[in-house]
Design a protein. Sequence first.
Lengths: 399, 81
Amino acid sequence: MTDTSKDHTQPDVPAVDVGELLPRLDRGEKVLLLDVRNDEEFADWKIEARAPVETVHVPYFDFIEDTEGSIGRVPRDREVVVLCAQGGSSEMVAGMLTEAGIPSQNVKGGMIAYGVYLQPVRVPLAAAEAERFEIWQVNRRGKACLAYVVLSGGEAAVVDPSRHVEWYEGFVAERGARVVQVLDTHVHADHVSGGPALARRLGVPYFVAAGEGFELRQPVTPLADGAKLRLGGEKGVDLEVRIIATPGHTPGSTSFLVDGRYLLTGDTLFVASVGRPDLGGHVVEWGRALFHTLHTRLAALSDGTVILPAHYGGIQEIAENGVVWGRLGDLRKGVPELQIRTPEVFTEAVRGAVKDPPKAYAEIIKYNLGAQTASEEKISEWELGKNQCAAAAKKSAAG
Amino acid sequence: MALKKLDVRGMKCPIPIVKAKKEIDTMSPGDQLEVTATDPGSIPDFQGWAKTAKHAALKEQRTGKDETGREVYIHLLERTS
């Protein structure tokens, strides 16, 4: 919000943080979300919650043109929370509504704040495991991106962090641990990675594999397929994280197997779909690699393996406990692409199912390879909207 | 018929439209208002506003660079009635 937003007189309205609002919407509280963005922005990207969100859409310029008429379009029977792109227009509208006797709150920072909000959810482990380690799934709700913090004996590995590196540093420090390794499952195309920056700040190794055909300009400590990282060794816990090359979504895609049971798959395998292999212009080649990964490289893993992906396709993929996860055995039976038994049919199916590529994906890949830098404003523009990384994500019913 | 210019560079929504509406309200039918903004969101927003505006029509939208090299979005409005 700029100082100029006080250009017109209006009462001060209470602000609500995305971090307060989302749990309330998830619980299904009776809140009316008044979205005042333009039609285009509203159609492209909405706040999603685990319970249906009751939303009314009236653009802010309608309130400027016809204040009274627009106020008349807002139901009066429940609490109103006003949302816009950046928080300025919604503040104005919330002020108009409050003045007209409809108590309203403003979503601080609007969709920009929604797009960067991080919600940590603890992955429930078996009792014996929980004595030795913790896995936190960090859900970037606005983009449906999932990062992970694996903690053991005071040491942490951070996987697929977004660019909000201070948040990750703080989160690990609050748990009395220190980051010893930063990893990316692949060169992301939908969001800017915080991996290199986090590793640099903390002076710890960073790993990502770009794969053939990509020139990686980030300093990387390579880890070979089958290599094992160890966490918590100093305190005698010795948690193993095994590196498994899982090419397909990208040639360098890598999965990380924690304690032999929790597989951080990146964009290789989601709980309801598989990664899209088309973002490099080699859909046939990468599609075959993905087929081989899913049916051969992951074949040795037991059905009890817990899949923890880097994205979800829709809010319905978040389980009751707030975690996006699946048993490999269930996924082997339930994910449509895993039912296809021949590579040719598989490649055709994933090719046919792909949607538009993520917005600005070429720019984001260049950035994540270390081949260019960008301003915070530019990155924010690149990252607007939800990810499009699954081959066939179903359209979410919520919103 | 007068042409008035409005500079809303650096300002974020809702200010460009709040100011444009204020100006239009003081103008006579046929007068034009050229708004220079830096917010790319102003393109769909001015289109959306013009659809329901009682006294303004959107004649033209174009992009350009200002003297500092900044990308600008220029909206030409006309007071209609």
